[in-house]
Write a protein that binds this ligand. Structure first.
Ligand SMILES: Cc1cc2nc3c(=O)[nH]c(=O)nc-3n(C[C@H](O)[C@H](O)[C@H](O)COP(=O)(O)OP(=O)(O)OC[C@H]3O[C@@H](n4cnc5c(N)ncnc54)[C@H](O)[C@@H]3O)c2cc1C
Length: 671
């Protein structure tokens, strides 16, 4: 085990980024024209990076497996993006965003990275407004904000419930401009399936053309991975169906350390699972917790009556309801961070209070907000003695203007009108804080290979706060990587064009070809999904919202077995030389089957509860925090970065000790 060098600049926290930028080596404009960069991924992180790097003068090649960059998973982001603008004059600042993010991440992130993120957050909003992103505005035309979990200010910028889509259209238009100018070569429907290293440096990739099956060689002076998160290792998640870990896993196998794989976010407000047939879960944005109140009935008899259809939730009076988040966490109420809200829902449902047939659902209720907004609107309209019907109508109109598309989506899926009856929600896998280890410059442990966006581990510690993923992805792509990559590339100006006709490219292509051949030749009896579902079940049962030593050991051995069976019995119809979505899935699931085991190993070694990682062995036993997760800063205030050595169970841990000089390490309390 070695100790990792994160290359955090020296000096006071608030000056680190500015000083670093001032001292970083630059590449002159003429030399930039001779330098090639590969960007794998065109979501918010990759799209913004590729557009910015091309704008600066580099030659960029970008890859995505969809038929257009516009279909990246980022398009699904609903609720908003954080920035420390303090437009609401409610006490926000760069320091407070930094503080909230480190605290929200349960003190398991790097101070210097998070401070930089908070510093550039305001620039992101300016950049996106300049691109024409239609952020929500208030009555006077100024940019509006709302609150997300784990904070006491309103700093979330939003575009109704479609923030990711609008931001992606902004990044996409910047990218398209560079495609039109010939500075970006865009490879749609191409999947990166291998990293090519020459003399220890990342020098290119092997990509499979998903329409023809052809393997292609692409070289560059640096490779940037922006391939998103690995939540689909659980099979069921709120991620897009195609989201996968292959690009990240391939670079891991070529020397990039994988950090904190067990840090996964389970989001409290998703539409509950309805049965075994499902392959996707749907998120109800966290923004809904601004106005929705979460509750279950106080009495078990009422729970049973609701499940049997004899009682409706709207029949229960205030005093018959348990607003358990408001009861347990009076300071933050319904806006506690996601990990806290998810565990609280699980606790109620495990105790028998779940309100649907499966016993895995709680209510998210807008009736109080509808009343409040209705009365407010009636007052603004100078209505004297408005009747109940008017109040409801006015209140519902306000809710519709804020969350209309989310309510419509809920009604389409559940066939119930959420304006009239509370939504039913339950936690689901949503985001992965773990990912490829990167230093302060966002470079992985492979020289010349960078990783940005959700694919890296960098800023969110053990729990990400709502609306901070978009902030991080765009910070990395627009404002961090374009500076830091220059430091490395300034040493590449004499390298010249990199040939793809080298033994390293030959070998990488041969490896991919043999792997595909092997998969096609198994000709077993079970579909790819069959194995993916088994993996997902093992992950959810043993490595889900609550984990213990016995379960984690079981998970490791079960996943190993599933992996062996997969390689003996998977059946992939069709052929390898044309569009074959089963073959695509098989490659991705093969990687998940390795990542899942490392995930469980990481969770096993981290014998503390922190953020989204809850170990049953590590719980507060006394005092005000009784029953809450118990962190152990003495033994675990580090990043676990795993080195691939063959089998995932043999991975070697390298530690990056986390230093907290500007924030006092405290028990996280939202009471
Ligand atoms: C339903 C939902 C709602 C969300 N809402 C919010 C929100 O309101 N606010 C917030 O901050 N965050 C939100 N998030 C999280 C946020 O959307 C993601 O973390 C973020 O968009 C990830 O961006 P990315 O660019 O890193 O990756 P992605 O958007 O996942 O893009 C990955 C890219 O990599 C490409 N790719 C992957 N593998 C390969 C390969 N092997 N070869 C070639 N290309 C590859 C894909 O084609 C794609 O272009 C939400 C997440 C979900 C699931």
């Amino acid at each position: 085990m070695s100790v990792l060098d994160s290359k955090i600049p020296k000096g006071p926290l608030k000056d680190k980024w500015t000083n670093h930028k001032n001292k970083i080596d630059l590449v002159n404009p003429a030399n930039k024209r001779n330098i090639d960069i590969i960007v794998v991924g065109t979501g918010l992180a990759g799209g913004s990076a590729a557009a910015s790097l091309a704008e600066m003068g580099y030659n960029v090649k970008t890859f995505c497996y969809q038929d257009s960059p516009r279909r990246a998973h980022s398009i699904a982001a609903q609720g908003g993006i954080n920035a420390a603008k303090n437009y609401q004059n409610d006490g926000d600042s760069v320091y407070r965003l930094f503080y909230d993010t480190v605290k929200g991440g349960d003190y398991r992130s790097r101070e210097a990275n998070v401070h930089r993120l908070a510093e550039v957050s305001g620039n992101i909003i300016d950049q996106c407004v300049a691109q024409g992103v239609p952020f929500g505005r208030d009555y006077g035309g100024l940019l509006d904000n709302r609150s997300f979990g784990g904070v006491l200010v309103s700093r979330t910028f939003y575009a109704k419930g479609q923030t990711g889509q609008q931001l992606l259209l902004g990044a996409y238009s910047a990218l398209n401009r560079q495609i039109a100018k010939g500075k970006v070569s865009m490879y749609n429907r191409h999947e990166m399936v291998e990293l090519v290293k020459v003399d220890g440096k990342a020098r290119g990739i092997i990509a499979r053309n998903l329409e023809t099956g052809e393997l292609e060689r692409h070289s560059a002076h640096a490779v940037v991975i922006a391939s998103g998160g690995y939540g689909n290792v659980f099979f069921l998640s709120t991620n897009a169906m195609g989201s996968n870990a292959t690009a990240a896993w391939k670079i891991h196998k070529k020397g990039a350390y994988f950090a904190n794989p067990c840090y996964t976010q389970i989001h409290p407000t998703c539409i509950p699972r309805s049965g075994e047939h499902q392959s996707k879960l749907t998120l109800m944005s966290e923004s809904l917790r601004n106005d929705g109140r979460i509750w279950v009935p106080k009495n078990l008899e009422d729970v049973l009556a609701i499940r049997e259809g004899k009682l409706k939730p709207t029949d229960l009076q205030e005093q018959q309801r348990d607003y358990y988040l408001e009861r347990r966490y009076p300071a933050f109420g319904n806006l506690v961070p996601r990990d806290v809200a998810s565990r609280a829902a699980k606790e109620r449902c495990d105790s028998g209070y779940g309100v649907n047939e499966t016993g895995e659902a709680v209510y998210l209720d807008f009736s109080t907000a509808i009343q409040r907004y209705g009365k407010q609107e009636a007052a603004i309209a100078r209505m004297e003695n408005p009747n109940e019907e008017d109040i409801l109508k006015l209140g519902e109109a306000v809710i519709e203007s804020k969350y209309g598309n989310l309510f419509q989506m809920y009604e389409k899926i559940v066939a119930e009108n959420p304006y009239k009856t509370p939504m039913m929600i339950y936690p689901a896998v949503h985001y992965t804080m773990g990912g490829v280890w990167v230093d302060y410059n966002l470079m992985t442990s492979v020289e010349g290979c960078y990783c940005i966006g959700e694919a890296n581990f960098s800023d969110h510690g053990a729990n990400r706060l709502g609306a901070s993923a978009l902030m991080q992805g765009l910070a990395d792509g627009y404002f961090v990587l374009p500076y830091t990559i220059g430091d490395y590339l300034s040493n590449e100006i004499r390298t010249g064009k990199i040939s793809t006709e080298t033994p390293e490219f030959d070998e990488a292509e041969k490896d991919v070809s043999e792997r595909i051949e092997k998969l096609m030749n198994i000709k077993g009896t079970k579909s790819v999904d069959y194995f993916h579902k088994l993996l997902g079940k093992a992950m959810w049962e043993y490595v889900g919202m609550s984990r213990n030593e016995e379960g984690l050991k079981k998970a490791m051995s079960e996943i190993k077995k599933i992996r062996t069976n997969f390689w003996n019995d998977v059946r992939i119809p069709g052929d390898k030389n044309s569009l074959n979505s089963e073959l695509e899935k098989a490659g991705r699931v093969a990687d998940f089957l390795e990542l899942g085991e490392l995930f469980a190993k990481d969770a096993l070694y981290r014998n503390e509860s922190c953020g989204g990682h809850f170990r049953e062995e590590s719980v507060e036993e006394d005092g005000l925090q009784k029953g809450e997760a118990k962190r152990n800063d003495t033994d675990y205030a580090y990043v676990a970065a795993w080195e691939y050595t063959g089998e995932p169970s043999d991975a070697v841990m390298h530690k990056e000790e986390l230093e907290f000089n500007d924030i006092e390490l405290k028990q996280r309390s939202y009471k």
